[in-house]
Design a protein around this ligand. Structure first.
Ligand code: ZN
Length: 248
């Protein structure tokens, strides 16, 4: 039997303490409290390395010794590092109380010496004008290469080798942001919070392209091959490179 603790310090005033207790039943009890987090949902994961020289970026990918696909905590197939979602209240507080079987504190699936990371959310907001009324897919594509316009920005950004889906789906490209809706004047104002999109590290969208599509994204439910690649959005209406701007 073994016990472990992780004291987490992060951006702004974020702070957390998580206790791990190995039970005789081969389960690990995970209990923790967090303060100072932005209200809303935050992913919680064990990453492969305990190297924090460059914050969570140097902690490497999700701990995944069995090479499983990523999934929510209640699913059977998951990375050993998946701990599901933290629900943070309006006061920035969150509690964690889990019993997990997919990692251990000793042996080959031990998480000792690795990192625990509470993910932030990226807020994406904007306005489009001149659209046809109705829904239009919004995606981040792989390349920021506009040499050949829409044809050189590549497929939806998909570092996790998934099928196309909706923004809330587990099976989705990182670049899948669902649909935004234009009104009768052709204006679409939108605000999206996303847990997968990030602005630094190996899966950063900086330097890639954002595109608003001609058609509605069927979110992978179109019952044909193209639906699982592009969501049948036809072609792009407007696109641009995601660049760095000043902090505000
Ligand atoms: Zn996609």
């Amino acid at each position: 039997m073994a016990n472990a603790i992780c004291v987490m310090i992060g951006q702004v005033n974020a702070f957390g303490v998580v206790f791990f207790k190995m039970e005789v039943t081969e389960c690990v009890l995970v209990k923790g409290e967090f303060t100072g987090l932005p209200p809303g949902k935050h992913g919680l994961h064990i990453h492969s390395f305990g190297d924090l020289t460059n914050g969570w970026i140097s902690a490497g990918p999700y701990y995944n010794p069995d090479d499983e696909t990523h999934g929510a905590e209640e699913e059977n197939k998951k990375h050993a590092g998946d701990l599901g979602t933290l629900e943070v209240n309006e006061d920035g507080l969150a509690k964690l109380d889990l019993t997990v079987q997919h990692f251990h504190l000793t042996g080959i699936h031990s998480i000792i010496g690795r990192s625990l990371v509470a993910n932030g959310q990226v807020l994406i907001k904007g306005t489009f004008t001149g659209l046809t009324r109705g829904k239009h897919g919004l995606h981040v594509c792989t390349f920021g290469n506009l040499f050949n316009g829409y044809h050189s920005i590549g497929p939806h950004f998909n570092p996790r080798k998934k099928l196309h889906g909706g923004q809330q789906d587990n099976e989705r490209h990182v670049g899948d942001l669902g649909n935004i809706e234009a009104n009768e004047e052709g204006v679409a104002e939108f605000q999206i919070e996303d847990q997968l999109i990030c602005l630094s590290g190996a899966e950063s969208i900086i330097g890639r392209a954002m595109v608003i599509q001609a058609e509605e994204d069927d979110l992978g439910k179109g019952a044909n091959e193209e639906s699982l690649i592009t969501g049948n959005t036809s072609t792009g209406l407007a696109w641009g490179v995601i660049g760095i701007t000043e902090v505000n």
